[in-house]
Every structure is written in C-alpha cells, then in structure tokens.
Ligand binder design. Structure first.
Ligand code: PEP
Length: 251
C-alpha cells in the first residue's frame, strides 16, 4: 500500500511573513495517514523549518545543484538543504526544463545527487501540448524516465515521479482522470521494466497540473495516482488542506 504524498510547490511566490503563516496553518491541520510536504523558495526554507518544527510536514526544496560544494556562484547544494532539515527536492520541473533550458543530463545529475545524499527525489516528467498533439506523450515520458539510473536508485521509498503535463501547469486546464491514469500506468510499467515489478509497485507517482479541491478526489482516486504536486492551489491553506483531506479520505 503506497501512502499518498501531497506536496505543495510554492515556486517564486510569497514573502517571509506569508510563508511562515501558511506553513503554520498547514502544520496545524495535517492528517496522519497522508504524507504532506511543502517546498518554499530557498530563502524562506529556514524560517519555514522553524514554523513547522515538531510537525510531520516534510520540508522540501524546488531545485538544487548536483555538486556537493565549491566554487559554483549562486548555487545551492544538497548538504546545505539537509542542514536546514530538507527531506525532499524536486528535479526536472517543467519550468526548469523549458524556461531555464535545463537539459536531460543536468536533470539526471540533480536527481541522483538528491537521492545519493539520502533525500527523497521528486523527478518531474511531462509532455508539452505539441508533443501530446503529435502522439509523442509516451515517448517523451519514457525518455525522461530513462534519465534515472537503477544502479544508483535502489530504495523505492526515496524516488517519487511527478507526472506534470506541461499544458496543465498553471493553465487551469487539467488532465482528465483517464489521461492521468493512462500515463501513470505507463510510468509504472516503464519503471517495472527498468527496475523490476516489486520496485515499481512501491514508487509513488504524483499528478501535477491544475490539481485543485474541485478535481482532487477524481484524480487522486485513480489506481496509479499516489498523490499530487500542487502549485497554485498550495498557496492558500484552505485549498491545499482540502486537497490533503481528499487524499486522506481515499487512504
Ligand atoms: C507545478 O508547477 O508543479 C504545478 C502543478 O502547478 P499548478 O498546480 O499551478 O498547475
């Protein structure tokens, strides 16, 4: 049985004060039967860590550099994140792949650096609208999964795949339950081929892309949807917590 994992991805939003307030409101109300995480901007991680201290919220980061220290101007390394109590980190988010032009080799290095340092790596995959319209969705997803190295990633509890169709992120246009389930099942099948069926049955696959209170129950009840990566709806405690509640009711 996979515990559902709902992660809030705050992106480049909020202030120090509003981050602390949001983190406190979430910490007060999270259920026991769902894993809940929040990924604030780097500069607020430390303040948010103090605000949620003692709660079971998983603290996350939105990005990281793959080296473990040294002369890399402006970058942040995994040991620094661990030092602040970070437990998970995203890699390959579509905004980094498409706006910051991160190539597959860089995403791959980041995911393995996160995993190798003992954190949970959330490896994000997803097709653009153009790729979906030209029937390339599954090829794109397969290639993005092939950025992962089974010889390095051996603990399924510390690998999470976030399926985020690029056309659904921040657009209000959500994948249908069938579209999400089809790709999630394909991801699990591909992981079974790359590792083995037992490993694949333990890896959690989150859906992300305009996941909101109104569509949470339908999406989260799909057999291969093990949680969500939530952008816009994670910036308000009531909408985020109502998605968490939907996950708890299905658990
Ligand atoms: C995201 O960017 O990870 C995301 C899912 O955003 P939104 O929920 O706003 O579509």
């Amino acid at each position: 049985m996979r515990t559902k994992f709902i992660a809030g991805h705050w992106k480049m939003n909020l202030t120090k004060t509003s981050s602390i307030e949001l983190a406190r409101s979430i910490a007060k109300a999270i259920p026991n039967n769902v894993d809940v995480g929040i990924a604030p901007p780097f500069v607020y991680i430390d303040a948010v860590a103090s605000a949620i201290s003692g709660s079971k919220i998983l603290l996350g980061a939105q990005d990281v550099f793959y080296e473990s220290g040294g002369a890399f101007t402006g970058e942040i390394c995994v040991p620094m994140l661990k030092d602040l109590g970070v437990r998970f980190c995203l890699s390959g988010h579509s905004e980094r792949r498409h706006i910051l032009n991160e190539p597959p080799e860089l995403v791959s290095k980041k995911t393995h650096a996160i995993y190798s340092a003992g954190l949970i790596a959330i490896h994000c995959v997803g097709e653009t609208l153009e790729q979906r319209d030209s029937n390339q969705t599954l090829n794109v997803i397969r290639a993005q999964l092939q950025e992962l190295k089974p010889e390095i990633i051996t603990d399924p509890a510390r690998l999470v795949i976030a399926y985020e169709p690029v056309w659904a992120i921040g657009t209000g246009r959500v994948a249908t339950e069938q579209q999400a389930q089809e790709v999630h099942a394909f991801i699990r099948q591909t992981i079974a081929q790359m590792w083995n069926p037992d490993f694949a049955s333990r890896v959690r696959i989150q859906y992300g892309g305009s996941l909101k209170p109104e569509n949470a129950k339908g999406l989260l009840s799909q057999p291969d949807v093990d949680g969500g990566l939530i952008g816009g709806a994670s910036l308000k405690a009531d909408s985020f917590l109502s998605i968490v509640k939907a996950a708890a009711e299905l658990s």
